[in-house]
Design a protein around this ligand. Structure first.
Ligand SMILES: N[C@@H](CCC(=O)N[C@@H](CS)C(=O)NCC(=O)O)C(=O)O
Length: 219
């Protein structure tokens, strides 16, 4: 970004893999940005005032640039890919593939994994065994699909990393003890893919990049 451009601002908190997806992209781009801490763990995003002023969807991340304000990590990643001409896919066909995987991630991969991890690590009450068993079945299916895809390709779309990789991997760099879902041994191609992503410029652990205190897993 030229020096006179307004700074990118990313609202989120350290436990938020959805926020990390965007932070990972910003760091891989090597552009300046700043964090705005959202006190999600103490319930601020559930308050009517926050929803009125910040995001009607009650979610982080929120991204600000100039007068633009975006939510939904997939929309933010797509915006940044377009703005910087990077990580969006090398061809029109790849761009469409990237969109397919972003939608899959938001519906079936991150959504189930983040819910499972949240209940296991940060829920107010002990997780319900039947709910966790159901989610685990959905996770096994979603991880199996990504594992199979990665047997034939180093990154999710094409030969180079894209925002589909940032999106699908966003929650997978947190400690396994938080989710209790051990996947590296069971899905070795996912493990190898994460190792490749860790070598990208700017990669760092979410807890070293995002604001907010680390909390030990509860359950
Ligand atoms: N699809 C959204 C999901 C965002 C999301 O679920 N964020 C979490 C924090 S990581 C949240 O704010 N959850 C609040 C809720 O589910 O009510 C995205 O990719 O940005």
């Amino acid at each position: 970004m030229p020096n006179d451009s307004p700074m990118y601002r990313l609202h989120g908190f350290s436990q938020s893999g959805n926020t990390f997806k965007v932070a990972f992209m910003l760091r891989a781009l090597g552009v300046p940005w700043e964090s705005v801490f959202v006190d999600f763990m103490n319930g601020v995003t559930r308050t009517p005032g926050w929803r009125e002023q910040e995001n009607e969807m009650g979610e982080v991340p929120i991204f600000e640039h100039d007068r633009r304000r975006l939510t939904q990590s997939g929309a933010i990643l797509t915006y940044l890919a377009g703005k910087h001409g990077a990580f969006g896919g090398a061809t029109a066909d790849e761009e469409l593939e990237v969109l397919r995987w972003l939608l899959f991630d938001n519906h079936k991969f991150t959504s189930y994994f983040a819910s499972y991890r949240f209940m296991k690590a940060f829920g107010a009450t002990a997780p319900d065994a039947a709910v966790m068993a159901w989610l685990r079945g959905r996770l096994d299916n979603a991880f199996g699909i990504v594992e199979k895809h990665l047997t034939a390709t180093p990154f999710m779309v094409g030969k180079a990393p894209t925002i589909a990789d940032f999106s699908l991997s966003g929650y997978l760099f947190y400690p396994t003890e938080e989710s209790g879902y051990e996947f590296v041994g069971r899905f070795p191609h996912i493990g190898a893919w994460l190792d490749r992503l860790r070598t990208l410029p700017g990669w760092a652990s979410p807890y070293d990049v995002l604001p907010g205190e680390r909390v030990p897993p509860k359950w």
